[in-house]
Design a protein around this ligand. Structure first.
Ligand code: G3P
Length: 220
């Protein structure tokens, strides 16, 4: 499974990139707004830190302008993935950009029907928002299972399932169980994945027993 980090915060991205576990980054207009910085500068800096796909979202809603914005974003770096919303104009733009060889991430997906349209439009990634479905008492992971099952029926579909709007580590685990290609997660969720109290307890016990031996590996 590929791990993408869902943030535009360069400090968080640099810290987590150093773990060697980060395969890409996703941003969206809200995450960029939180930085208070110029969008294009942020995208260029992220692309210089993480070699994998970096999603940068268009902000127009009409095809002609989306296409202009997408082409401008794609020129920023070779690993830019242009993000478009799952609308008729968004998918028209997806098809045009994909035909030009630009990676496209189709976002704001909330149904299997939408995911089928995105695959037919040549999307590189589809972003179903599991957390926002859970937030409205709808089963977000059921959508992920549905999309993975449907995509597996059609080898010609090259679109990767990029599970988004992740709220906790179990979203990542359940997405991995059904073979989703990518999880994009807030920095805190990746950090939470390391944690287990029995690991902490076991390590403390090992170190306490080792301490009693009075030995040191490096001094041996
Ligand atoms: O960036 C796309 C998606 O991951 C945002 O999810 O629900 O946390 O805003 P959310």
């Amino acid at each position: 499974m590929k791990f993408f980090i869902d943030t535009a915060d360069l400090g968080e991205i640099r810290d987590l990139a150093a773990t060697g576990l980060v395969d890409g980054v996703t941003t969206n207009p809200s995450l960029v707004a939180k930085t208070g910085r110029k969008f294009l500068d942020v995208v260029k800096e992220i692309c210089a830190v993480v070699a994998g796909p970096v999603s940068a979202e268009v902000t127009a809603t009409d095809h002609a302008t989306m296409l202009k914005e997408g082409r401008k974003l794609a020129k920023l770096a070779k690993n830019v993935t242009v993000k478009v919303p799952l609308t008729p104009d968004g998918l028209k733009t997806c098809r045009a950009l994909a035909t030009e060889g630009t990676m496209v991430n189709v976002t704001l997906c909330f149904s299997a029907a939408q995911a089928i349209l995105a695959a037919k439009a040549g999307a590189s990634f589809i972003s179903p928002f599991v957390g926002r479905l859970d937030d409205v008492a709808s089963d977000g992971m059921a959508l992920i299972r549905d999309i993975c099952l449907i995509y597996r029926q059609y080898p010609t579909f090259k679109t990767e399932v990029l599970v988004a709007s992740i709220r906790h580590p179990m979203h990542v685990v359940e997405a991995a169980r059904v073979g989703a290609h990518v999880s994009t997660m807030p920095p805190n969720v990746l950090k939470q994945m390391y944690n287990h109290p029995l690991t902490d307890k076991g390590l403390a016990a090992f170190l306490a027993d080792w301490q009693k031996t009075g030995q040191s590996i490096l001094d041996a």
